[in-house]
Design a protein around this ligand. Structure first.
Ligand code: G1P
Length: 289
């Protein structure tokens, strides 16, 4: 299975951090966000990856490319561990880049990759979503897809005050953790939402979605929304939501990004202890003031 990683958004919620730097390159602990996404795809056995970029996203291509100058400096300085890591990153997968010329939204970004995908099911993994789980979340969706032979979206319950940040499903539970989707709404107001089950940014889709995107008019924020295209798709084919096992880190805004950094630092084998220590002391000192 191939994967599309849409990474063409303007990162408006992160300004000024993302004025020059792509939001997908914002570091989380010790690597850029998008590297977590590529690593999840690889862990799921996906080796053909299409990253949809746009203006100002060159750093993403450079990150996964070879860096001969850096490699030769590291070699000269005997920094073998760093050298190995830098080489590992550039050899990770077969990554192709497609440019979305105008930022017209998530649905349009996926449509840009249609010729590379062809007539087969594919995965979509948002370039700003980090999943940590025993079995990669995209792999969990691939397994469900094999059984139901239909599109499957990763979903989970979201807090009431967060409902308006997500695509929300109206689904019927058909078996443990699996919802048959009756309808979907992009970023509804909490009072009008059909449920609290949110779409978290990992999908396995059938190629039928491309025609649906073509028929989708711009929606929320004037963008062609994938959720609106899925609304059309579910009238033609079954579409499922799967409440995955694992944790999805919400890096959709600045506070989410900061929290993710803390959480993942606190579970990092090297940085966990010193960070706990630092936080404890900082909070004690802060309380005393
Ligand atoms: C996108 C999707 C939305 C989904 C969300 C998950 O929104 O349009 O349906 O719930 O990702 O992060 P965005 O966060 O890009 O505005």
């Amino acid at each position: 299975m191939k994967a599309i990683i849409p990474a063409a958004g303007l990162g408006i919620r992160f300004l000024p951090m993302t004025k020059v730097q792509p939001k997908e390159m914002l570091p989380v602990v010790d690597k850029p966000t998008i590297q977590y996404v590529v690593e999840e795809a690889i862990a799921a056995g996906i080796t053909d990856i299409i990253i949809v970029t746009g203006a100002g996203k060159r750093a993403i291509e450079d990150h996964f490319d070879k860096s001969p100058e850096l490699e030769s400096v590291l070699k000269k300085q005997g920094k073998t561990k760093d050298l190995k890591e830098i080489r590992r990153i550039s050899n990770m997968a077969d990554i192709h880049y497609i440019r979305q010329k105008i930022p017209r939204g998530l649905g349009d970004a996926i449509y840009c990759a249609r010729n590379h995908i062809g007539d087969e099911p594919f995965a979509v993994m948002l370039g700003d979503t980090i999943n940590i789980s025993k079995v990669p979340i995209v792999k969990q969706l691939m397994r469900v897809h094999e059984k139901v032979e239909a599109s499957v979206l990763a979903v989970e319950p979201v807090a009431k005050e967060k409902i308006s940040d997500y695509g929300i499903i109206d689904g019927s539970l058909v078996r443990d953790r699996l919802y048959l989707i009756n309808d979907l709404v992009e970023k509804p107001k909490a009072q009008k939402a059909p449920s609290n089950i949110g779409i978290t940014g990992t999908y396995v889709l059938t190629p039928g979605i491309f025609d649906c995107i073509k028929e989708t008019s711009p929606g929320t924020n004037g963008e062609v929304q994938l959720t609106d295209a899925l609304k059309i798709l579910r009238k033609r084919e079954k579409v499922y939501g799967y409440w995955f096992e694992g944790t999805r880190y919400d890096i959709g805004d600045k506070l989410g990004w900061m929290k993710t950094n803390f959480e993942l630092t606190l579970s990092h084998p090297q940085y966990s202890e010193p960070m706990r220590d630092f936080l404890r002391k900082t909070i004690e000192n802060y309380d005393e003031k």
